[in-house]
Design a binder for this molecule. Sequence first.
Ligand SMILES: Nc1ncnc2c1ncn2[C@@H]1O[C@H](COP(=O)(O)OP(=O)(O)OP(=O)(O)O)[C@@H](O)[C@H]1O
Ligand SMILES: [Mg+2]
Length: 262
Amino acid sequence: MARKIVITSGKGGVGKTTLTANLGRALADLGCRVVVIDVDFGLNNLDVVLGVENKIVYDLCDVVEGRCRIKQALIQDEHKCNLFILPSGNVSASSMISGQQIRLVINGLDGVFDYILIDCPAGIDVGFHRAVSCSDEAIVVATPSVPSLRDADKVITVLKSYKLDKIKVVVNRARGDLIMSDKMMYPKDISELLKTDLLGVLPEEDEVFLSSGYGLCKGSDSYKAYKVLANNLVKNTEKIYDVTNKYSGFFGSIRRSIKRGI
Ligand SMILES: Nc1ncnc2c1ncn2[C@@H]1O[C@H](COP(=O)(O)OP(=O)(O)OP(=O)(O)O)[C@@H](O)[C@H]1O
Ligand SMILES: [Mg+2]
């Protein structure tokens, strides 16, 4: 049976779609069969992040409304044969679609994939409930800022009412230099504050912002951090990528000074 995991946050723009795409790629690199599904009907852009926007013929709405079979709507990633995307549909059609209907589509993918990652819209309104009701586990993405943590806390409270198998938090856009100078919270403290186990930590990196449909550069900090994250998910381990590592010691303090522009 596939693990059905919703990627959610509360606050918008914290990196849910980026994480869905790159975690999908990292899991595929580990040999897992992965499908990423865009359930953010309003502001869907998972197809763009994965670079398949020009390949869409059918989408999730078409599957739900019986205009095509699931297989026809799935798009295979150009670089990883075991990674697929099921794009979202248009907004007006989506308002009629229920979580139950999406669940039926997802159940049809159960035997075919090991991981089903569901990209959720921000907030805790109907789109959020629709995405969560299709999932068995949740990853809450939070950045180390007060508004993001406050919203993550609210989302975790709502998620608990769904009695999911697992709820874990990923701290995105962590800055090792600021953590070392006590200007940013340690990811472990964030996990304690949210009373939720940490699944991973991802560094703030231009590479993520600039990366194309090809994915992250092998050897970049983000690539390594996603690898650790995917391993934690698959092997149920708790290794955390250390974003402070390159800012410790003599050369680390020079890097910190350069980052501060001194
Ligand atoms: N670790 C990171 N380092 C640098 N930039 C990042 C990182 N993670 C995400 N970003 C950038 O932040 C922006 C928002 O990311 P993304 O679209 O994934 O957020 P989202 O939570 O899905 O937003 P929405 O709530 O609107 O769906 C993007 O431009 C993305 O490239
Ligand atoms: Mg998004």
